[in-house]
Design a protein around this ligand. Structure first.
Ligand code: KIV
Length: 264
């Protein structure tokens, strides 16, 4: 069944949990869509996971459009959301509208995601009025990593928690259809989720949000150097891939690949 922003709203109303994962290209996107994931996010985490940057800051609009178009070709049922990269919307309402429009027109996204609270309310309103569904993103918003001094948990102090609650309410009022809550205390995420009529989707925000999202490559165990506390491993793909590649190389070196059946 095709999922839309309305599906997500009604899932919150019925108390059904929303499932979400990231994809940057068509192969993974198709596997996620076949597995009945509700929402696929073309995250700007592509800059780190796919392109090897230290942060999401270098990601460009053209790169996000390329990734979104690749994912679009494989997604039939999930709601397809694409990230607005750093400085594609913070600069002005006009930039936000133009760049969000490109992600829908050129990329085939059905909605876009922007990071931040009160400071992006005008951009959110303009996009929603133009018919572009917007997902919010609060807490440890990776595009602000330099302001945070690292990928640190946010909202631990009472004042910061208050600001996050206020931001969530302002975003809801501005018209976002859902909010990602990243790396904040579970109790704060619970309070925010209960205060909103739109769904919250958590990543490192505890079990009380209306849905959960992870970076696909993280939960599949494709990255061995670091595992954030909030990631649960559902596979050990890095080890499996390396073992397959070593076997392939061994077969070539020993003259066992290709054999007669694999030749013309
Ligand atoms: O860029 C991304 O992948 C994200 C998710 C982790 C929420 O924003």
């Amino acid at each position: 069944m095709k999922k839309t922003i309305k599906t997500l709203k009604s899932m919150k109303e019925k108390g059904e949990k929303i499932t979400a994962l990231t994809a940057y290209e068509t192969l993974f996107a198709g596997l996620l869509d076949d597995s009945d994931i509700d929402l696929i996010l073309v995250g700007d985490s592509a800059g780190m996971v796919f392109a090897g940057h230290e942060t999401t800051i270098p990601v460009t609009m053209d790169e996000m459009i390329y990734h979104t178009r690749s994912v679009r070709r494989a997604v039939k049922n999930a709601l397809l959301v694409a990230d607005m990269p750093f400085m594609s919307y913070q600069t002005s309402v006009q930039d936000a509208l133009q760049n969000a429009g490109r992600l829908l027109k050129e990329g085939g996204a059905e909605a876009i995601k922007m990071e931040g609270g009160s400071r992006i309310v005008e951009q959110v309103k303009a996009c929603v009025e133009a018919g572009i569904p917007v997902m919010g993103h609060l807490g440890m918003t990776p595009q602000s990593v330099n302001q945070f001094g690292g990928f640190k948990t946010q909202g631990k102090k009472d004042d910061d928690a208050e600001i996050l609650k206020k931001d969530a309410l302002e975003l809801e009022k501005a018209g976002v259809f859902a909010i990602v809550l990243e790396k904040i205390p579970a109790e704060l995420a619970k309070m925010i989720s209960e205060a909103l009529t739109i769904p919250t989707i958590g990543i490192g925000a505890g079990p009380h949000t209306d849905g959960q999202i992870l970076v696909t490559q993280d939960m599949l165990g494709m990255y061995e150097k670091f595992k954030p506390k909030f990631v649960r491993l559902y596979a050990s793909m890095a080890a499996e891939i390396k073992s397959a590649v070593k076997e392939y190389a061994k077969d070539i070196r020993e003259g066992n690949f290709p054999n007669k059946d694999e030749s013309f």
